[in-house]
Design a protein around this ligand. Structure first.
Ligand SMILES: Cc1cc2nc3c(=O)[nH]c(=O)nc-3n(C[C@H](O)[C@H](O)[C@H](O)COP(=O)(O)O)c2cc1C
Length: 177
């Protein structure tokens, strides 16, 4: 199976990117094929429901999403939701997400936004029949020391989430939905 790891934060010092790197290192040590798409490296236009779909970077993003069996998306929590960059990517590449297995790694400021990712998860389920990995990571600022990921529990949960996404993607691929 092919996994796409998406880093959605546009912050150079991102904590969700640190989660993603730990997930990538886990998959690397398992020799599980995966690719990383960092939205900082692929500037995308804002979705306008029209000409933006023709942008070459949108075509590239669409192709990378379409080629994946499973997607692990690392996102900041902004205003009780995934950040606008991730939502914009999904708006721009919608159909490419059909039937994908999707897991989430979330970085938030505090504990109060715990279930915020559900709005996006629900839309992926209902719009594109995505299978959402029933295990996600929610890491607050307390998990990090100087933007380094140090909490052993979160490290463990992140590794688990990466492996669960890979296994579920393989199982769902086998179903031929
Ligand atoms: C515009 C903005 C909105 C935010 N909204 C929330 C929020 O609703 N809940 C929360 O817990 N943290 C919120 N935060 C804090 C971020 O989730 C936190 O800084 C996180 O580390 C960002 O992820 P990143 O480091 O990967 O960019 C917000 C931060 C910004 C800049």
């Amino acid at each position: 199976v092919s996994l796409l790891l998406i880093s959605a934060s546009l912050d150079a010092e991102s904590r969700s990117r640190a989660l993603l790197h730990h997930a990538a290192a886990t998959l690397q040590s398992d020799a599980a094929p995966h690719e990383v798409l960092d939205l900082r490296d692929l500037p995308l236009p804002l979705c306008d429901g029209g000409p933006a779909y023709q942008h070459p970077n949108v075509a590239q993003a669409r192709a990378r999403v379409a080629a994946a069996d499973g997607i692990l998306a690392a996102t900041p929590i902004y205003n009780y939701d995934a950040n606008a960059a991730l939502k914009n990517l999904i708006e721009l590449t919608g159909q490419a997400w059909e039937n994908k297995v999707v897991g989430f790694l979330c970085a938030a400021g505090g504990n109060s936004s715990y279930m915020s990712i559900m709005a996006l998860a629900n839309s992926l389920m209902l719009d594109f029949r995505c299978v959402i990995v029933p295990r996600f990571v929610y890491a607050t600022g307390a998990t990090f020391t100087d933007d380094r990921l140090t909490d052993p529990k979160i490290l463990d949960r992140t590794a688990h989430c990466a492996r669960a996404t890979a296994r579920l993607a393989a199982a769902v691929k086998g179903l031929g939905l």
